[in-house]
Design a binder for this molecule. Structure first.
Ligand SMILES: Nc1nc2c(c(=O)[nH]1)N[C@H]1C(S)=C(S)[C@@H](COP(=O)(O)O)O[C@H]1N2
Ligand SMILES: [Mo]
Length: 520
């Protein structure tokens, strides 16, 4: 490579680096400003959130299937990579034509500002983080590019060649400074965010009131005893999490209000204190996600504490033509729940407690809905702030707009948890264990099939309620070779879990769970 060409390449690479450093400064400064304005107003979070809401269902399905519950991390990483590439291009362009590079930075900042301004519950200040970040980024880019070595052709008047070296050192100093600013702003944002985490602090000191009606004690023998099975009660930190929130909404319980309105005789508004003072009930309910594949783990069982939603609706008095309640989260997510499911005698709750603790932030602190028998996407609104009594003919929920069903009764399901898929087990008696669920109906039988043999009854563990899952066990006299085990459940209506394989879209997967294993 000729010396001229080499200088050009180095200079272009450093210009690209300048772009990336300027972008890092922009994002970090914006993040810092967003701590003060609103975490949801940080450009990365706002654009990511807008992207999630705009993603076609098929892509979202793919993301959930591919990344599991890491889909949000994957999205953030992809966005960072895209921004880095665009920023590098902006740096290279700006080296020759400042307006081009500056234009790209401005467009990026404008996209961030626009996304932040249009997020649900955005304040007028939501644009500020992107604007301040963009301005700082432009300054950083300008300074860095003005110090690029080799920008200026050597002049005869230069006293010696060390001028070139000086340029490099001066660029290095600017680059280090930009990196330091970005790092300081990023770390500062983190520190400030945790120092102002009043929500987590408030949650920690919150004492839940004693329930007016306690949950029934769990019967002895509610667990099958097969070691390695999922615990009957899912610990809060092991509970699956599914939502569209890139940054977890920070909801202040003291200013939290829930409005019940729409087709009602009387609008009702309650505060968090009203909930604490109300007659709360405890209930064991197994929550299930419609995106759960056959044999999947998007289900969890907890003891919820909350106000029966029917008590609230009784005060509001829905009119005769209403058939649905559209619940809305502070982050704009909505769910359409049949009014009947919220009025009948099941424990549909406005929950504030989960396994004897205030709701964890990721599970909806301070208040969420829990409705036995319905998939989460049509019922389990976290960070809920609004209940509109309406009609299916008049309003549509978040996922219904994206190709999913407007209603979502949970389908009968069963899975094998032990042994794991492709396990190798010794011949002789092998303990098979798992869980089955058919919320609102209850499980009355589970059967296991070895290879193409006859279905044989499994032993059911005790039932806690028709709204919880039920464990089962099966002792198999295993003979050497490769085998396939399949499970199916029967619910209390007598319906046997179908073998017909249906996809999760639009209203939940069907099919029977099988595993292959080797007996040695
Ligand atoms: N605000 C909000 N609530 C939500 C969702 C959401 O995306 N946003 N997802 C729903 C879905 S699809 C499910 S399965 C449950 C999951 O609740 P969990 O995360 O506490 O397990 O929350 C429901 N509530
Ligand atoms: Mo879900």
């Amino acid at each position: 490579m000729s010396a001229v060409r080499r200088t050009w390449v180095i200079s272009a690479l450093l210009a690209a680096l300048s772009g990336i450093l300027a972008a890092a400064t922009t994002l970090a400064v914006a993040q810092l400003v967003a701590v003060v304005v609103s975490p949801q107003a940080a450009p990365l979070i706002a654009v990511g959130g807008a992207f999630i809401d705009a993603t076609p269902p098929a892509l979202k399905d793919f993301a959930i299937a591919t990344f599991g519950t890491n889909d949000k991390l994957a999205l953030l990483i992809s966005m960072t990579v895209v921004i880095a590439v665009v920023a590098a291009v902006a740096g290279v362009l700006a080296r020759r034509r400042w307006v081009l590079g500056a234009g790209i930075v401005l467009v990026l900042a404008a996209v961030g500002a626009a996304a932040a301004a249009t997020r649900p519950s955005a304040s007028p200040f939501a644009v500020v983080p992107s604007i301040v970040g963009g301005a700082v980024g432009l300054v950083a880019l300008r300074i860095l590019l003005s110090r690029l070595p080799g920008r200026r052709a050597p002049q005869p008047s230069d006293r010696d060649s060390s001028d070139h070296g000086l340029g490099r050192r001066s660029f290095l100093a600017a680059a280090l400074l930009a990196a330091a600013v970005a790092a300081a702003a990023g770390v500062g944002a983190q520190l400030l965010a945790s120092a102002t985490q009043t929500v987590e602090a408030a949650r920690r000191v919150l004492r839940l009131p004693a329930p007016f009606r306690k949950a029934a004690a769990l019967p002895a023998g509610v667990e099958s005893g097969v070691s390695g099975s999922e615990p009957f009660v899912t610990p809060n930190d092991g509970f699956y999490r599914i939502d569209t929130a890139l940054a977890i909404p920070q909801v202040d319980a003291d200013s939290w209000r829930l409005r019940v309105h729409g087709l009602v005789e009387e609008e009702v508004e309650i505060s968090f204190q009203d909930l604490l003072d109300a007659d709360l009930v405890e209930s064991w309910v197994t929550l299930t996600c419609v995106s759960n594949v056959v044999g999947g783990d998007l289900a969890g069982n907890a003891k919820w504490l909350g106000l029966p939603i029917r008590d609230l609706l009784a005060r509001a008095r829905p009119t005769a033509d209403a058939d649905m309640v559209l619940s809305t989260s502070i982050d704009g997510f909505t769910a359409s729940t049949p009014l009947a499911a919220l009025m009948d005698d099941r424990d549909a709750l406005l929950a504030i407690g989960m396994n004897d603790e205030p709701l964890p932030a990721v599970h909806g602190y301070p208040v969420r809905m829990v409705v036995p028998g319905l998939y989460g996407f049509v019922s389990a609104t976290k960070w809920v702030v609004d209940l509109e009594v309406t009609r299916y003919a008049d309003a549509r929920a978040y996922w219904t707009d994206r190709g999913w069903s407007e209603k979502g009764p949970i389908k009968t399901a069963s899975r094998i948890e032990v042994p794991g898929p492709f396990a190798r087990v010794p011949a002789g008696q092998v303990a098979i264990g798992g869980t089955a669920w058919a919320q609102q109906r209850g499980i009355t039988a589970v059967e296991v099939q070895v290879d193409d043999g006859d279905w044989a009854p499994a032993t059911l563990a005790m039932e806690a309620s028709v709204d919880t899952w039920r464990q089962w066990s099966f002792f198999w006299d295993a003979t050497p070779g490769t085998h396939q085990l399949t499970v199916r459940a029967t619910d209390a209506t007598g319906e046997v879990q179908t073998a017909e394989r249906l996809d999760t879209v639009p209203d939940g997967a069907t099919g029977q769970h099988s595993i292959s294993l080797t007996v040695e």
